[in-house]
Design a protein. Structure first.
Length: 294
């Protein structure tokens, strides 16, 4: 089993849950950094993985999805400088802990995770995706796990429809139909989450829906008689949205790093790092315990 961690989820979780009066000697906030270091250390102690990668978002504005659709995620405010600084520190700590970390200017963490899932399958290694982002559920097969580490817990392929309403392989189609406000993807006007779910419970995919428009009027769905015309009218927008909601699984990654084996933590560098950011003894001791595992 390989564990693929969606780092941003846990950095933001710490940023919003830990007071920003936790600062280094220069007055810079370290709340997100501290929470992430604690999360990653707890994870390593609990799971003791033999294959692990931590994936980061590098830049929303340079993503290939912005090239396709300039309004992609344009509704999000830029991260404040003190949070950007903490993101960089989180990447530094991940390396010092001996773990493979990766980001890319053109691809998001979702795409990096998708690529490693695909590479793992080639080698007969299933994946546990550590996140709470429903978009990543589209990567799950019957051998994989979607793990909301601090929330819903582990979800199997069979459990995902009970939580998200549709099968994993339908997630990207669902988002293209209903839209995704968090990513500023509009969806089809008049088709919300309930209608999109109903459509995908009756048809297997977007292609299946568009191949059977004449059957939609007979569904027991609110507004069924007008759905086909709405879908026809906005077909080009749906096709565009589907390019945004699907995860790209062919990002170039250095072959040397593909095994994802944890390396021995650099305890001296970790202690120097913690000195620099004013983090105390509890996490230092945790790093020592982790080093004993490898």
């Amino acid at each position: 089993m390989q564990y693929l961690i969606d780092a941003s989820v846990y950095i933001y979780r710490a940023y919003y849950s830990i007071p920003d009066d936790m600062v280094d000697d220069e007055g810079n906030p370290i709340n997100a950094l501290y929470g992430f270091c604690r999360f990653l250390g707890d994870f390593m102690e609990k799971i003791q993985p033999t294959h692990i990668a931590v994936l980061f978002d590098e830049s929303l504005t340079s993503s290939f999805r912005v090239d396709i659709y300039p309004e992609y995620k344009a509704n999000r405010d830029p991260a404040p400088l003190h949070l950007k600084r903490q993101f960089v520190k989180c990447q530094q700590f991940t390396k010092l802990l001996g773990l493979f970390e990766f980001s890319h200017p053109k691809f998001e963490a979702d795409d990096l995770i998708g690529t490693l899932v695909k590479l793992g399958r080639y080698e007969g290694r299933p994946s546990t995706i550590v996140t709470r982002d429903k978009d990543l559920a589209q990567l799950i097969t019957e051998k994989d796990i979607f793990w909301d580490f601090s929330g819903k817990g582990r979800l199997t392929y069979q459990q995902i429809p009970d939580v998200f309403g549709v099968k994993p392989e339908q997630i990207a189609d669902f988002l293209a139909l209903a839209g995704d406000s968090s990513d500023n993807i509009p969806g089809v006007p008049g088709i919300g989450k309930k209608t999109a779910t109903a459509l995908l419970q009756n048809f297997q995919s977007l292609d299946d829906i568009y191949s059977n428009l004449e059957k939609i009027k007979d569904l027991s769905v609110r507004g069924a008689k007008t759905l086909a015309s709405k879908l026809e009218q906005h077909e080009s927008a749906v096709i565009l949205a589907r390019k945004l909601t699907g995860i790209h699984c062919d990002v170039p990654i250095d072959p040397i790093q593909k095994d994802l084996n944890p390396q021995y933590p650099d305890l001296g560098a970790i202690n120097a790092f913690y000195d620099e950011v004013n983090i105390g003894t509890a996490l230092r001791r945790q790093a020592e315990r982790i080093s004993e595992l490898y």
